[in-house]
Design a binder for this molecule. Structure first.
Ligand code: NAP
Length: 320
């Protein structure tokens, strides 16, 4: 589905006030998630004094992203504002339209809106990372077009490397087959593990992901039902939303994790898989805070053209 979203007519008008005219076009009627099939809003907008970014999703009240990006902005000397943008149920497109109509420059997109963001942009406006994931977690407005990226895989790989956890030649088990699993698969497959097994409750979903990625990567990739996973893995990554949707962790045999390094994409008090695994495994067990920081750093460099260092933000948030 090729589609373009354009916002035109920026012009200086006195001091830092810029009046913008907005113009979006949409060339396809095949719209998922209730997105309007013909979409051409025009609006007058006031450009904020500093470039405006936000994290959007539902919920977003707990998000650490505003603190992370404020720290990045301070350390790189960038003038910007970063807020939380709550997306009401089914309201992704109208909410982000208002944000961009008011001069917004970019968004981080979190649960449950990543696939809505991909559908809104269409493949033509997405980087390979987002096309392969079929999910967008970073939107950039470059003054002419909107662009979509997925920085989750980069974030995970950088955090694993930071903690000295190797992927090459190891046997990986990924729990879950949703947007987060898809988002990290390109980077993990490119890091040349010996095998990646995708374990999910819904087997059809895992098989679909495996089919999609097998076409593009030579690394062995297989799907298995979550209840049928057997031990023999070096690194286990929890990419399920069990902690958020059911206040639980994926139900697997403790024998599977005894000698493996374990990584929970969830962080903080909700990282139930990590809290469980760290008492069982003789390997390392980590939560997803480092991944969150590293994927944010990648988004920041996409927006601002400068890569922030992440050690001081790690220290700041670990102490908090
Ligand atoms: P998603 O697309 O909704 O997928 C959810 C996945 O979790 C599905 O595979 C689902 O299995 C599985 N699942 C849900 N409840 C389960 C349970 N009780 N037991 C076993 N499996 C269960 O969500 P997502 O976007 O992939 O996000 C997954 C997690 O990753 C979220 O917790 C998110 O916060 C986290 N994440 C963290 C970062 C970071 O930077 N640290 C980045 C991205 C995502 P079925 O298909 O069988 O339903």
């Amino acid at each position: 589905m090729a589609r373009s979203h354009k916002r035109r007519g920026w012009g200086l008008r006195g001091g830092c006030l810029v009046i913008a005219r907005l113009f979006y076009t949409c060339s396809s009627g095949d719209e998922p998630h209730g997105v309007a099939s013909i979409f051409r809003p025009r609006a007058e907008a006031v450009k904020p004094a500093v470039d405006h970014y936000a994290v959007c999703g539902n919920p977003v009240g707990h998000s650490l992203s505003p603190r992370i990006h404020a720290a990045f902005a301070a350390s790189t000397g960038q003038m910007m504002r970063y807020d939380r943008l709550l997306i009401p149920d089914g309201g992704f497109v109208p909410t982000i339209e208002v944000f961009f109509n008011q001069g917004g420059k970019g968004l981080n997109v979190t649960l449950p809106c990543k696939s809505d963001a991909f559908a809104w942009l269409g493949e033509a406006r997405c980087a390979t990372s987002a096309i392969e994931a079929r999910a967008v977690n970073t939107i950039r407005w470059d003054g002419e077009e909107f662009w979509g990226f997925n920085t989750d895989g980069t974030g995970l790989l950088r955090d694993l490397t930071f903690h000295g956890i190797c992927v090459a030649d190891r046997r990986l088990l990924i729990l879950g087959a949703g947007g987060a699993a898809r988002g990290v698969l390109p980077e993990l497959l490119s890091a040349k593990p010996a095998l990646i097994t995708l374990a999910n409750r819904n087997m059809a979903r895992a098989e679909e992901v495996v089919r999609d990625f097998r076409q593009r990567y030579s690394t062995p990739l297989e799907a298995v039902e979550l209840s049928k996973v057997s031990p023999d893995f070096d690194l286990i990554i929890n990419a399920t939303s069990a902690a958020l949707t059911a206040s639980s962790r994926p139900d697997i045999d403790p024998a599977i994790i005894q000698t493996a390094d374990c990584y929970d994409m969830v962080y903080g008090a909700n990282a139930r898989f990590h809290h469980w695994a760290r008492d069982i495994t003789r390997g390392k067990s980590l939560d997803g805070l480092g991944m969150l920081i590293e994927q944010a750093a990648e988004a920041f460099s996409i927006w601002r053209g400068v890569r922030p260092e992440t050690i001081s933000v790690r220290n700041l948030l670990i102490q908090a």
